[in-house]
Design a protein around this ligand. Structure first.
Ligand code: 3MF
Ligand code: MG
Length: 366
């Protein structure tokens, strides 16, 4: 184990050196749900509907190359269709992606809408509902393969509890692990990226942080194929620093993707524009990604940002292009950070001077 860690340490140093020599060209992705009509739990849509199929033509002109899907974004009405019908729809989506020159980054089973998932899928107390969740997940893997995607994302929305006494938490972890192993056995190439979130819609989720995700990965039957997807807002809701969460995943070679956005304090999941609540936290996320060479193996910079309800338009996209723009500006800020100076301040343990330097650098003050 300790030798393994030494090797990993050396590898991290090599990655740091590599990433300094060849700048990464970042590729961006988002899911069609990011372009919404503005409904929230307190009111209906405020903008005219924009058809799902038309959204894909917007990606490239907006500077995005990757599409994130839910299973029913690819195959609407999935529960009513047989496997031949599902395959036919997948072929149609694949052709559309090929025509547009887009990459399907991942497919995620939407296990929080159907009546069978009211109390969770994999961790439901009902064997019948657990079977529904597993069947739908295995079908999601098939869909991912058919449209040419190498990963399935598990946002474990309702795998948690509203009251602690309602489920056996130890059994719940076992059931999540069994599901992961069944997925790995179903397909020998697919990667599983777990997206942790501490709460909402449940009171407490069973996989709230990247630490839980990484533990599940190592406990699984094929740890190399189980990784995490870190969302800024989810880490902040857990009271953690998103850049440290990313660094932890990267140290284990387990950052499959990211959902960059922002969050203003401990409240509902806001999915604000990247950098909108805390520019310094955003800078540090970019710094960690850049330093690790994230993106060099084709990983995407995924965004999960919500358009403001107040925004007018038939199809609103400026929250996405704006977040992408801020990310790229922060890449420049990271690349122009005087790392020699940072090292001098570290050596002298003068963190007051280091902090002032970083703040002035972010403000563009020499
Ligand atoms: C939930 C989320 C979701 C997931 C998406 C993919 C709306 O808080 O962040 O985005 O990322 O459903 O599983
Ligand atoms: Mg998300």
């Amino acid at each position: 184990m300790s030798r393994d860690w030494r090797r990993r340490g050396l590898k991290i140093e090599r990655v740091i050196q590599n990433s300094m020599s060849k700048p990464t060209t970042y590729r961006f992705s988002f899911g069609p749900w990011n372009i919404s009509e503005g409904a929230d739990p307190f009111g209906p849509e405020v903008r005219p509907a924009f058809p799902h199929e038309k959204k894909y033509a917007l990606y490239k002109p907006m500077g995005f190359d990757g599409v994130q899907f839910h299973d029913d974004d690819v195959v609407p009405g999935i529960d009513e269709l047989n496997s031949a019908q599902i395959s036919k729809q997948c072929a149609k989506v694949k052709k559309m992606l090929d025509n547009q020159g887009l990459t399907p980054e991942f497919v995620a089973p939407r296990l929080w809408f159907a009546p069978q998932t009211v109390d969770g899928g994999y961790t439901s107390n009902s064997a019948k509902d657990r079977k529904y969740a597993l069947d739908r997940t295995l079908r999601t893997i098939d869909i991912a393969r058919e449209i040419g995607s190498k990963a399935v994302v598990l946002w474990l929305a309702r795998e948690g509890s509203y009251i602690r006494e309602s489920k056996n938490a130890r059994l719940a972890y076992q059931r999540i692990l069994e599901t992961i192993n069944a997925m790995l056995a179903h397909d020998k190439d697919i990667e599983i990226w777990i997206e942790p979130k501490p709460n909402e819609p449940t009171d407490m989720a069973y996989v709230p942080t990247i630490g839980h995700t990484v533990a599940l990965a190592y406990a699984s039957s094929d740890p190399k194929r189980v990784k995490g997807l870190i969302e800024t807002a989810h880490a902040l809701l857990a009271g953690l620093d998103p850049s440290d969460e990313m660094a932890f995943a990267l140290a284990h070679d387990k950052l499959g993707s990211v959902h960059l956005n922002d969050q203003n304090g401990l409240k509902y999941d806001q999915d604000k524009n990247f950098g909108a609540a805390n520019l310094r936290t955003a800078y540090n996320q970019v710094r960690v990604l850049e330093e690790a060479g994230y993106g060099k193996k084709g990983e995407f910079i995924g965004l999960d940002v919500k358009a403001m309800r107040t925004q007018k338009g038939k199809c609103v996209t400026s929250h996405l292009t704006g977040s992408r723009e801020i990310f790229l500006h922060l890449v420049e800020k990271v690349r122009s950070t005087d790392e020699k100076l940072v090292q001098q301040f570290r050596d002298a343990r003068d963190y007051e001077a280091l902090e002032l330097y970083i703040l002035k650098h972010l403000m563009g003050i020499k």
